[in-house]
Design a protein around this ligand. Structure first.
Ligand code: GRF
Length: 223
């Protein structure tokens, strides 16, 4: 980016419920001057989420929207969420371990502007406990997916995926650790493409303008 030219960065909110390691990866990426987005807000639905402390330590504004204060009424909770996002003039939303289901009307307000990261190669292993289920199924290749959020959980156009080779002695924890490493790389990359305005959805598939196709084959076991 040329010095002296003010380029407006997309304002991003990261929604968390827990430890926030993907959030930290996004914050670290956005700290680079050339990154096209800034993390304007970290918002948690859980007051005790460890990620809140981590975000505050990084100098990022934090907010809590606790659904129990709204009698677990989803509509009121989401209205409060939307009010916060508007107050911070948010352009893009990244779900990062956010453990609340969002209604179709809320999702619709962020159509094409809300991403999620899922610890599996979608459409395989939607839902929870993906690593244990991948091991139980005996897959040789597992991974992570960044996708646009649509009303159906763990669906939506896929922006980026990372493949991870499953090892003979893997447990759910060892596999999760390697997938998480991959997550920390693809989420910042995917957000960058979206923030740069390079992502188009054509027939339900994401096209990323100006990116060469990746090559390389992953064989498991090695052949
Ligand atoms: C990650 O595995 C992510 O893929 C899933 O929830 C987990 C969140 O971990 N959606 P963290 O809070 O980012 O460390």
């Amino acid at each position: 980016m040329a010095k002296g030219i003010a380029v407006s960065k997309k304002r991003v909110a990261i929604l968390i419920s827990g430890r926030g390691s993907n959030m930290e990866a996004l914050i670290a990426a956005a700290a680079q001057e050339s990154y096209p987005a800034q993390i304007a807000l970290v918002l948690s639905n859980r007051p005790g989420a460890p990620g809140l402390r981590r975000a505050a330590a990084a100098g990022i504004a934090t907010e809590i929207v606790d659904p129990t204060l709204y009698g677990n009424d989803r509509e009121r909770f989401e209205r409060a969420l939307q009010t916060k996002l508007e107050a911070y003039r948010i352009d893009l939303v990244c779900l990062a371990g956010f453990m609340r289901l969002l209604s179709p009307s809320f999702v619709g307000q962020w159509h094409g502007r809300m991403l999620n990261i899922h610890p599996a190669l979608l459409p395989a292993f939607k839902g929870l406990d993906t690593h244990a289920r991948a091991l139980a199924a005996g897959v040789k290749i597992h991974g992570a997916t960044v996708h646009m959020v649509v009303p159906e959980v763990d669906c939506g156009p896929i922006l980026a995926q990372a493949a991870v080779a499953v090892r003979e002695g893997d447990t759910a924890d060892t596999l999760a650790a390697r997938v998480l490493e991959a997550e920390h790389r693809i989420y910042p990359a995917a957000l960058k493409f979206l923030a740069e305005g390079r992502v188009r959805v054509v027939d339900g598939r994401c096209r990323i303008d100006g990116r060469a196709d990746a090559d390389g084959l992953l064989f498991v076991p090695n052949i």
